[in-house]
Write a protein that binds this ligand. Structure first.
Ligand code: FES
Length: 115
């Protein structure tokens, strides 16, 4: 098993954290959202323009932490399924990214953490 992306204690609840992982020889950005003890992870690429969602580090949620936010054009996404419910990509979805929680650590499935 690879080393964990982080300890679960490093992610606020509610809150989010971004990572760079290697998948299939390619480095990609992903982010994890924690809410009510559950964890949801997505590739950090907005369906609108294919660019990262957050302009500031780990700033993946809107002000009341009820939705994922794309800071570029303010699209809002459901936390639990990545569906865009407001903005220029409404009706499209973030790409889910597989993670597991084990022994208090957060692990990427099929990828190695870079940072
Ligand atoms: S790039 Fe995300 S809403 Fe435009």
């Amino acid at each position: 098993m690879h080393s964990p992306l982080c300890d679960m204690a490093d992610i606020p609840d509610p809150g989010a954290k971004g990572f760079i992982v290697e998948r299939g020889g390619e480095r990609i950005k992903v982010f994890v959202v924690r809410r009510d003890g559950e964890v949801f992870a997505y590739v950090d690429s907005c369906p609108h323009l294919g660019v990262p969602l957050a302009l500031d580090e780990d700033a993946y949620l809107d002000l009341d932490k009820s939705h994922i936010l794309c800071a570029n054009h303010a699209a809002r996404f459901h936390i639990d399924d990545g569906l865009c419910v407001w903005g220029p990509c409404a009706g499209r979805s973030l790409e889910p990214y597989p993670v597991i929680v084990r022994n208090g650590g957060l692990y990427a499935q099929g990828a190695s953490p870079i940072a």
